[in-house]
Design a protein around this ligand. Structure first.
Ligand code: IMP
Length: 218
């Protein structure tokens, strides 16, 4: 039985300065009667992502916010892991696009690396997107929920929808890339959706409404 609860009023601090992410997460939490604000609203800095895993980075961001603000905080970390590249770009997915956030170039870098790994002319194109979501309490307690979606990479990129590596990723059981498919469909099946499903189960187990003051774990 998990004894950790959410704060009175069910308010969660989102440990991200990315407005799109804050909005997307906020929209999901509203359905549970929770409200949220973000570290940007409080003028808090995001820490450097120094961990070696998605979960490690999500935990470090959530904990930094929880400790600085004294509030239950939520952070995420995500990226593309390519089998033939030993999981790269992985936690460096955003960095492979450089300061210009040039994902055409990042996708080409992945494709070139894949070709270089070809064995007897056969390229192993398997890859997956991973998303880790961490919920941290001000006493240092952290819970992490991870979602993944397996698929394969195509070349050249296809589709103008989505973002990042979406145009080269075809999820298992689908024909279209994430960049071609209806975004609503992507959001239902994605790594992020799967991590959120687990988080929402956990949140709905908490006594959000009428939680007592000691619920915030201090
Ligand atoms: P972060 O979690 O904001 O650090 O993002 C990591 C990077 O992973 C993003 O900049 C994208 O390059 C990539 N990424 C994460 N999720 C997706 C996705 O759903 N589609 C495409 N790229 C993604």
């Amino acid at each position: 039985m998990n004894t950790k609860r959410l704060p009175p009023g069910g308010r969660i601090l989102i440990a991200s300065h990315n407005l799109g992410k804050v909005r997307e997460i906020g929209a999901l939490l509203v359905g549970l009667g929770l409200t949220c604000d973000s570290v940007g609203d409080l003028g808090l800095e995001e820490p450097e992502e120094t961990a070696a895993t998605f979960a490690g980075n999500a935990e470090l961001k959530a904990l930094a916010a929880a400790l600085a603000a004294g509030r239950v905080s939520l952070a995420d970390d995500s990226g593309l892991a390519v089998d033939a590249l030993g999981g790269a770009p992985g936690i460096y997915s955003a960095r492979w696009a450089g300061p210009e956030k040039d994902f055409q170039s990042a996708m080409k870098t992945v494709e070139d690396a894949l070709q270089a790994e070809a064995k007897e002319g056969v390229v192993d194109r398997r890859a997956r997107f991973v998303c880790a979501l961490s919920l941290a309490w001000p006493d240092g307690h952290v819970e992490t929920f991870q979602g993944e979606i397996a698929g394969h990479l195509v070349w050249p990129p296809r589709g103008e929808r989505g973002f990042g590596y979406d145009p080269v990723f075809v999820p298992e059981g689908e024909d279209m890339t994430f960049g071609e498919m209806d975004p609503d469909h992507k959001h239902r099946i994605s790594h992020r959706a799967r991590a959120f499903e687990k988080l929402l189960v956990r949140l709905s187990e908490s006594e959000v409404v009428g939680a007592s003051q000691d619920a915030i774990g201090r």
